[in-house]
Each structure stands twice: as C-alpha cells, then as structure tokens.
Design a protein around this ligand. Structure first.
Ligand code: SER
Length: 527
C-alpha cells in the first residue's frame, strides 16, 4: 500500500489539504484562471498553472503577492503540450486536468520549493517515502546550461543519491511554449506498483518511461529565463518558482488506486455512464467499452468547463478544438456504447455535484452548458452515421489501401463534419492512416476559395435523407425531387442555404460557365 495514513481522504479533502498547507506557508490563494485564453496569441488554452502569471514572471506586471497557490484548470490538447491521443487508452492522461501549484515571484527559490514539496507529500499526505523518486536537469552544453547540482544537493537531504536521477532537456527543462518563461525543473515521480513487481524490476529503470504506475506527480520548475522568438535565452528579472502537481494522479496515489478513473474524481461520472448506457466498466485498455467510457468521462469535463468559461463549440480556433473533442466523445459513445441519441449532456449534474464547489462557474453555467452540449451532440449524430457509412464503403472498396486518400478525408470533414483526428482515429483502429498532405492541400484550396468569395461562413451539412444526387438535365428541365441535405451559409450579413437534391436538372457552375437558374417549389405550397 502506498500510503500509511489518510487512505480515506476524498478528492475534495486532498485539494483542500494542498490549499491549507500553502496558506500555512504564507501563500496567497487565488482562484483558477479561465481555461480558455483570449489575450495571449501564443496560447489557446491554459496549459499550465503559470499561464495566468506570465506577465508577472516576465516583469511586465508588478508583483502584488510574492507567494501564491491555487488549483488551476488546464487543457492540453494543442500546441507544445498535447495529450489527446493517450486519453482513454491509458489510465493517467487527460485533456482537462487540475494542476495544484505554488509560486514564488522573487521570494523563495529551490531550497524552500523542495522542502515544501517534500513536507507536503511525506509529512502531510503520508505518501510512502520509499516510493518517491526525483529527477534533476542534467545540463545542456549546447545552450551553456550546467547540471542542476543545487537542486540535487537539496534533494539529498531527503532521498538516497541513487533515487535522484539525471533528466534530459526534454523532460527536465520546462518551457511554456515556443517562446516565454522557462527553466530547469525537478520532477517527483511515484512508484505505485505492488511489492512483488517492485522487487522484480527496479523503478529507476521505469521513471519517465511511460509506465502507467511509475508516474510523475509534481513538477518543480526553477524559472530563470525567457525564451525569445529567435531561440535565445534571456535571464528573467526575478527568479521564480513555478510548481505543478497533477491533482488526479495525486488522488490515485493517495486513494491507493491504479487508475485515475478509479478515484472519486471520476467514479461518479463513470457510474452515470454505466447507468445511461447499460455497459459495464473495467480497467481493460484492450476492451473498447471501458476505453470509450474513459474518453467520455474525460471529454465531458473539458467541454463543460470550456463552455462554462465562455468558449462555445464552433468552426474556428479554440471553438473548433472543443467541437472536435465533443465529436470524438460522441463517436466513441455511438460506436462502442451503442448510443444513437444525445446522452453526454446528461452527465452534467453528476459533474457539477463532483466539481461545482471547487469551480462555482460550472454550477452557474449549468443550464447553458447542458443545452449547448445536447444541441452539438444532436447535430453531429445526424451526420455521423452517414460519414461512417461513406468511410466504411470506401474502405471495403479499397481494402489494400493502407493510406486513405486525403480527398476522402476532406470530403468527410466538409460534408459530414468529421474532424481529421476523428477520421484518423477510426482508421487507426483498422491499422490505416490518412494522406495528411493531401488533406491539407484540399483544406487550403477550400480556404482560398472561401477567401475569394469574401469570407463565407459555412454551417455543417444537415442530412435529411440518404442518397446521392442524380443529374437528369440531359433530357429534362423540370423534375420532382427531394432534399437530401442542406447547410446554412453566411456571407456578410446575408444568410442563405445550400441544398443538395435527390434529382436535379440544374447543371452547376463548371469550367467558368454560369450555373443554371430556376425555381424550387414545395408540393403543397400555395401559389
Ligand atoms: N509549469 C510547470 C508544468 O506545467 C509546473 O507548473 O509542469
């Protein structure tokens, strides 16, 4: 067992213990910043607790409190830090997660940061000290950076030298993005494996090796530089401590679980998914049913928190990231849990119950969030089935093709609202990939066309009935027909619709010709 005491601590108590501990160390407690970032062109979403302090760290804003702590909502689905593909398949990556953090702006530095971290984990939470390992930056001659002997020396007060491991630039030099604050870091890892496994394989060989039970829980960053756009490092005006601890992983360690999804952060949501879908949850990473449940339990948090923070799903930028994530969840529910109707919005009350006290915005926006998720689900479900059918048909007709034609992927994107990563996901399950270059080329062509047509906003296709259009204009100029699909278009202030008919005598604009014009009347419409 990993912990000696406090095994029954709930996630709410663990979060509170962190806040109280740093309050007792004279830290000012601040609320989480919104997960969606509107005023920093280098980031779409908060990907680390320090984002909201970037301007203080760079010396552009004054230091009001030199010691700060919080629990920050983070999202890692784009840019430098992106965990999306692991989510659901493993037990410890998330799109949205909580980062418990403490900061010192020109106040304490490495010695106290290490002391506090050790005291909190070993003395307050009573995690088993023998299961803790730390890493320190090994240095990088290319950038004239030395090994972090100082951090290693402080750790040696608490840990035998062989559990203080050198880490490379990738793992032990933390950077916010391509530019911005950065510095060497020291990570705390925990070995949660059973004793028999621990005796057989030394954890030292498993640290930073993507083992699901030998995981990083806390990262202490010693911010000393600003990475400039030309790649050079400029010293910061003040030395800064920036720490981030994965809350869900900490709960797993304290509650003696082997998966984040088995902690009380997620079990209420998983139970609700079981109740709604009638499927059973397990820890298997092979069985698609529990994978789908984990994906949905993870993604509903991301989508709900984004909407509560004011970012609705849309077709552009951060809105499209949120739409993609929701569509990913819908597709998992549809394919592996047999959910043909909207259901993700029904998880909201349980989510609010679990997290609404720590993040009141979730409760305040519950009605809006529920409505938006339901509408998004319904709209995507209308095209999902058609898209899957088109893709499956194409795949069965081109069985030997290992790489899907980029044009097909683009057609799915354009006509059925399939984000590229959704098509990739379905293909990956069949051992195939997409020609991304060709997909991007199609996308670029469409963008150029749209730009030429002076900014047209295109809605998703709404499928009315199945079928492909038939051209009857060779010998007819009038025909009876039905609407197959339509989509809303917006150009400047004008709104209009594009429709696809089952039969049509109209010849479209091809090769520079002017398209046919005519009238469409509804059967029962009055003259
Ligand atoms: N900024 C560091 C991280 O995100 C520590 O908070 O890991």
């Amino acid at each position: 067992m990993c912990r000696k005491k406090n095994k029954t601590m709930t996630s709410k108590q663990i979060r509170q213990a962190f806040i109280s501990f740093f309050e007792s160390k004279k830290h000012h407690i601040v609320p989480s910043a919104p997960m969606v970032i509107k005023d920093d062109p280098t980031l779409m979403f908060t990907n680390a607790g320090m984002n909201q302090f970037k301007n203080i760290i760079l010396g552009n804003d004054p230091i009001i409190h030199s010691r700060v702590a919080d629990s920050q909502k983070c999202l890692r689905v784009s840019g430098k830090h992106n965990d999306l593909e692991e989510v659901g398949h493993d037990t410890y990556h998330h799109t949205m997660f909580e980062m418990l953090g403490n900061w010192s702006f020109g106040d304490y530095f490495k010695k106290e940061a290490i002391e506090y971290a050790w005291e909190f984990l070993a003395e307050v939470l009573h995690l088993d000290k023998n299961r803790l390992y730390v890493t320190v930056f090994e240095g990088s001659p290319d950038e004239n950076l030395d090994r972090d002997d100082e951090a290693a020396e402080y750790w040696a007060k608490y840990l035998p030298l062989d559990r203080i491991i050198n880490g490379n630039r990738h793992d032990n030099f933390w950077e916010m993005g391509d530019t911005g604050p950065c510095g060497p870091c020291s990570e705390i890892h925990i070995d949660l494996r059973p004793d028999s496994e621990r005796q057989a394989v030394n954890a030292l060989t498993l640290v930073n090796q993507s083992h699901p039970q030998v995981i990083e829980i806390w990262n202490l960053v010693f911010m000393q530089y600003n990475r400039k756009a030309d790649g050079s490092l400029e010293p910061l005006p003040n030395r800064v401590i920036d720490t981030g601890m994965g809350f869900e992983r900490l709960c797993m360690a304290i509650q003696g679980k082997t998966s984040n999804y088995d902690t009380d952060v997620f079990t209420p949501i998983i139970k609700e998914i079981e109740k709604i879908t009638g499927s059973r949850y397990s820890n298997s990473s092979e069985d698609k049913i529990p994978v789908a449940m984990r994906v949905i339990a993870d993604h509903v948090r991301t989508v709900a928190f984004s909407i509560a923070d004011g970012q609705l799903p849309s077709n552009v930028k951060s809105g499209y990231v949120i739409r993609r994530i929701l569509r990913r969840a819908v597709r998992y529910g549809y394919t592996f849990l047999g959910q043909k109707a909207a259901f993700i919005y029904k998880l909201l009350p349980v989510l609010v119950e679990t997290m609404g006290d720590a993040f009141p915005e979730l409760r305040a926006q519950q009605t809006l969030t529920g409505k938006v998720i339901k509408e998004e689900e319904e709209s995507f479900l209308r095209t999902l089935e058609t898209g899957i059918r088109i893709l499956n048909k194409y795949l069965s007709e081109n069985e030997n093709q290992k790489i899907l034609d980029g044009k097909v992927a683009f057609e799915l994107y354009d006509a059925c609202g399939f984000p590229l990563d959704l098509t990739e996901l379905i293909l990956r399950e069949k051992g195939k990939t997409v020609d991304i270059k060709e997909f991007n080329a199609c996308m670029q062509k469409q963008k150029d066309r749209a730009r030429n047509a002076t900014a047209v906003e295109t809605g998703d296709w709404v499928i009315v009935r199945e079928g492909e259009p038939e051209f009857v204009g060779y010998d007819q100029s009038e025909t009876e027909t039905q609407i197959l699909r339509y989509r809303k278009m917006k150009q400047k202030d004008e709104e209009y619709y594009q429709i696809v008919l089952s039969k049509t005598p109209f010849y479209g604009e091809m090769g520079g010709q002017v398209g046919d014009r005519g009238v469409l009347t509804e059967k029962n419409m009055q003259e």
